[in-house]
Design a protein around this ligand. Structure first.
Ligand code: ZN
Ligand code: ZN
Length: 70
């Protein structure tokens, strides 16, 4: 299954919660370096979280952070 936005495989895409509460929703980015793929998701019935679209640099930072942890 491929991402409709960036055409990379959905796995790996990384999901980040935006707040302390996972119910607040979050954002999903692609694990490929320099990919601009960015989606927001939310729990049923809630509007998606409002956030500014991150830059490629922001996305690269998020990816680097997850790799350090993992
Ligand atoms: Zn994608
Ligand atoms: Zn991608």
């Amino acid at each position: 299954m491929h991402c409709i936005q960036c055409r990379h495989l959905m796995d790996p895409h990384i999901l980040f919660p935006v707040g302390e509460d996972p119910d607040d929703g979050g954002l999903v980015i692609c694990d490929h370096d320099d990919c601009e793929c960015f989606n927001v998701w939310s729990v049923d019935g809630r509007p998606p979280p409002r956030m500014q679209r991150p830059t490629v640099d922001d996305l690269n930072r998020l990816r680097a952070a997850t790799r350090r942890v993992g």
